[in-house]
Write a protein that binds this ligand. Structure first.
Ligand SMILES: NC(=O)c1ccc[n+]([C@@H]2O[C@H](COP(=O)([O-])OP(=O)(O)OC[C@H]3O[C@@H](n4cnc5c(N)ncnc54)[C@H](O)[C@@H]3O)[C@@H](O)[C@H]2O)c1
Length: 408
């Protein structure tokens, strides 16, 4: 069958197996090129667990660890397999492509599909860590845990209560322009303020509780290296989005993530490890296209950053995170040398937040309307990235050819 994008309300309902695989291989090629400049120095991770490994920042984190540092990896994600008649989710194909390329290169890797919030998945991951370590001939001690989940729901592992996360402002409604990915139409949308329950539920899903449970489970099972490092991802962004993001429900969850990082850090530092939140750049991933104002902001930001030669995608961001922050020459053996801001967060959103970039982006956004969007902003780039995360619009893929969605 042929597969064409089915998009409703900025959500793409299907994906293209070959396109997802090719986009994943393109990230692998980038990593090989950028990270293959010499022997891997001491202190670099050898056994890496990525929670949320299939798409976006998590996939990039796994690719860079495996193909950049030669690490054995265990990945956990929640994706839907394709069948003969129906395409699966993009992450399903991304994982298949990762596994295929890792096997070709002789890299030990296991990918688990299921609910990362559950205790059963934590037990499965611990088993997988032991298996992967045995295959790689290294001790079963994870030395890097990347926590990159973005989920709308979480079922409490103890009592089964279902919590839903929402993207809403707190205290007052938020009005901003939403951009339709397909047509470029701009519509003023207003989002009502969250209830107290919505706030606490969002913190329960997207805060740090589950991250801490992962570290605890790994520690108790004896599969966490004493010098283990762990990082979870966050976003801050420009003031004009704070109403819906930083000062909204997700922002509250990210505050909880910050507080969790401090607690985990205190625990891990005692044995030579460390925990951080890394604040990353705004990018088009499956999660970010549905937040009002963010898609218009990203389109404007990309225009400015591309013009200045500063643009990065997920993989460029993560390669920089590893090489210039987490495992820089100074920090590879000593986590206290990892560059952070005053709050202890790693900032790879530094280029996005540069004063000149922010000023020019804000100026551009003030000038944009539906008539000049394509010319003034990088609407084409946004649209391309959105399609590409679902395996469409990927260079070198023949979209007229028949494809079997049950595999690659
Ligand atoms: N996209 C951005 O612009 C951006 C910017 C900065 C920080 N971040 C942060 O990075 C993190 C990852 O975001 P992303 O945009 O890469 O998201 P994404 O949607 O591309 O990836 C989310 C991952 O979580 C997995 N997942 C979701 N629910 C799961 C569950 N119950 N069990 C197992 N796996 C599950 C998915 O399978 C996928 O692998 C988030 O914390 C996000 O806030 C994103």
């Amino acid at each position: 069958m042929q597969i064409n994008p089915m998009i409703r309300n900025n959500i793409c309902l299907n994906s293209h197996p070959k396109g997802c695989a090719e986009a994943t291989r393109a990230q692998i090629r980038y990593v090989r090129k950028e990270m293959s400049d010499g022997p891997v120095p001491a202190g670099i991770p050898k056994l890496v667990l990525v929670v949320g490994c299939s798409t976006g920042y998590g996939l990039a984190s796994r690719i860079a660890a495996a193909f950049g540092y030669g690490a054995a990896t265990v990945g956990v994600s929640y994706e839907k397999a394709g069948s003969e008649s129906k395409a699966g989710t993009p992450g399903w194909y991304d994982n298949l492509a990762f596994d295929t390329e890792a096997a070709k290169e002789g890299l030990a890797a296991l990918t688990l599909d299921g609910d990362a919030f559950s205790s059963a998945m934590k037990a499965d991951a611990i088993k997988a860590i032991r298996e992967v370590a045995a295959k790689a001939g290294i001790p079963a001690k994870v030395d890097l845990v990347v926590y990159s989940l973005a989920s709308p729901v979480r079922s409490d592992p103890d009592d089964g209560t279902l919590y839903r996360s929402v993207i809403k402002p707190i205290g007052k409604p938020y009005a901003g322009l939403a951009m339709d990915v397909l047509s470029g139409a701009l519509t003023e949308v207003s989002v009502e303020s969250a209830t107290d329950e919505e706030i606490s539920h969002t913190v329960k899903v997207m805060g740090g509780e589950d991250w801490a449970l992962w570290i605890e489970a790994l520690g108790e099972a004896g599969v966490l290296a004493p010098e283990a490092r762990t990082v979870a991802y966050s976003y801050i962004g420009p003031e004009l989005s704070w109403g819906i993001y930083k000062e909204g429900t997700i922002g509250r969850a990210k505050e909880h993530l910050d507080a969790t990082a401090k607690k985990l850090d205190a625990r891990l530092r005692a044995s030579g490890g460390a925990a951080w939140v890394s604040v990353n750049k705004a990018l088009v991933t499956r999660s970010s296209a549905v937040i009002p104002i963010i898609s218009l902001y990203i389109s404007s930001l990309f225009k400015v950053m591309k013009a200045k030669g500063l643009h990065e995608g997920c993989i460029e961001q993560i390669v920089r995170l590893y090489r210039h922050r987490l495992y820089s020459a100074a920090a590879a053996r000593d986590p206290s040398k990892v560059a952070t801001d005053a709050e202890g967060r790693i900032r790879i959103d530094d280029l996005e937040m540069r004063a000149d970039v922010q000023q020019e982006t804000a100026k551009l956004m003030a000038e944009i309307d539906e008539g000049n969007l394509a010319e003034k902003a990088d609407y084409a780039g946004f649209r391309h990235d959105f399609l590409e995360t679902h395996g469409f619009d990927v260079a070198g893929v023949d979209y007229d050819a028949d494809v079997d969605p049950s595999g690659l």
